[in-house]
Design a binder for this molecule. Structure first.
Ligand SMILES: Nc1ncnc2c1ncn2[C@@H]1O[C@H](COP(=O)(O)OP(=O)(O)O)[C@@H](O)[C@H]1O
Ligand SMILES: [Mg+2]
Length: 368
């Protein structure tokens, strides 16, 4: 919500009319109480930020209306799996009314291709990766497979599914010791924000870390820790000809960049540009574009690396298709440092979304 508020705040209001849509924890999509033309930037931000579920007008919960006087834009009802009925009783999923959607949603059910699939069905242009790119970049196991297939550097790892762990935890613990060696990182395959991730220093701690990760996903990735790692991030922007920004470095306030270090502590630092040699910068930028392509990236992504300080070996950690977007977030800050100010970045992302959508409309969808 902080990212969404920041994007709305920096939109050029002479060109764009933002329609803030909030997704409640119970799945309802809600609009602000005022028409987008009448709403001030402050009210938009207030609507996006508001944490407590406010009463939703009858009929509002399943529909959102983009323009005063116009009808349903995109109607969905959670649970039924189908489109909600419009006023005439007919089910509708249409994109009329919104020119482009900017999904500012981190993690599953937002960054993973689900919302993107809905927008594809509604035929609405949207910012960022498509269904496939979003989904594969959300899954740390699939993402590593795609990186490896392109010869991109990935550290040693194992994938363990819930039934395998349930069947023989001891055998898996032994494999972790022999194939990876401690310390290791244990991660739910599909998540983010470091939720459910533990650093495990010995075999005796593995069980607790696995149980925690299994609360969030049935597929777990166990990775050898990159020793004395330098965390480097690079922003990628573009469709067919993606460009890489000046890289930045994250210096976590804690042992690793866990949830507390990301969002709660004030102590984590971003260093832009990252202290790297020219040849390291070139490598990071080249690998960032290659990783973006490997996951079928579109529009934007932040590519994260771990560099082993002692050997200077570079490892790809992950691609984030909807990176943080506050004014202090790495993605916009790295572009700013590369000469692209925040409002122009948003403009560029919207243009890329419209271009991709227009291009798709040219494709044949019938053989007759
Ligand atoms: N293999 C690794 N070696 C060293 N540190 C790691 C490793 N994997 C993860 N980390 C640390 O954990 C943090 C979160 O892991 P990450 O895979 O980026 O998950 P998320 O998708 O939740 O951000 C990283 O930013 C880094 O600090
Ligand atoms: Mg990360």
């Amino acid at each position: 919500m902080a990212s969404a508020a920041s994007i709305i705040k920096h939109l050029d209001r002479s060109r764009y009319e933002p329609v803030p849509i909030r997704i409640e924890k119970d799945g309802r999509w809600t609009l602000a109480d005022k028409a987008p033309t009448a709403i001030s930037a402050a009210e938009v931000i207030e609507h996006v930020r508001l944490e407590a579920a406010r009463p939703v007008r009858p009929g509002r919960e399943a529909h959102f209306v983009a323009h005063p006087g116009e009808d349903t834009v995109l109607a969905i009802e959670r649970g039924s799996g189908a489109a909600a009925p419009d006023s005439s009783g007919a089910a509708t999923v249409t994109g009329v009314g919104l020119d482009v959607v900017f999904p500012v949603l981190h993690g599953p059910y937002g960054e993973d291709g689900t919302v993107q699939g809905l927008l594809e069905l509604a035929n609405v242009p949207y910012v960022g990766a498509g269904v496939l790119g979003s989904a594969v970049a959300m899954d740390k196991a699939v993402m590593k497979t795609l990186f490896a297939a392109r010869g991109l550097p990935v550290g040693p790892y194992l994938v363990v599914r819930r039934p395998e762990w349930a069947r023989d935890a001891r055998a898996i613990t032994a494999r972790v010791g022999s194939e990876l060696a401690y310390p290791v990182f244990v991660k739910p395959a599909n998540l983010g924000s470091s939720v459910g991730i533990s650093k495990v220093k010995s075999a005796s701690e593995l069980g607790a870390a696995m149980e925690l990760a299994l609360e969030f996903d049935r597929k777990i990735v166990i990775e050898a820790a990159i020793p004395n790692a330098q965390e480097i991030e690079c922003a990628v922007l573009g469709n067919d000809d993606p460009q890489a920004s000046i890289p930045g470095e994250i210096v976590p306030s804690r042992e690793f960049y866990d949830y507390e270090a990301k969002y709660l502590d004030e102590g984590s630092k971003a260093v832009i540009p990252a202290p790297l040699t020219q040849s390291q910068v070139r490598d990071i930028q080249r690998l960032s574009v290659a990783a973006f392509r490997a996951v079928d990236g579109v529009g934007m992504a932040r590519v994260d690396f771990l560099i082993a300080r002692d050997t200077r070996e570079i490892y790809l950690n992950e691609v984030n298709t909807i990176p943080g977007f506050t004014t202090i977030s790495m993605y916009p800050k790295m572009w700013e440092a590369s000469g692209l100010p925040y409002p122009e970045l948003i403009d560029r992302l919207i243009t890329l979304a419209l271009e991709r959508h227009a291009e798709k409309q040219q494709l044949r969808t019938s053989i007759t």
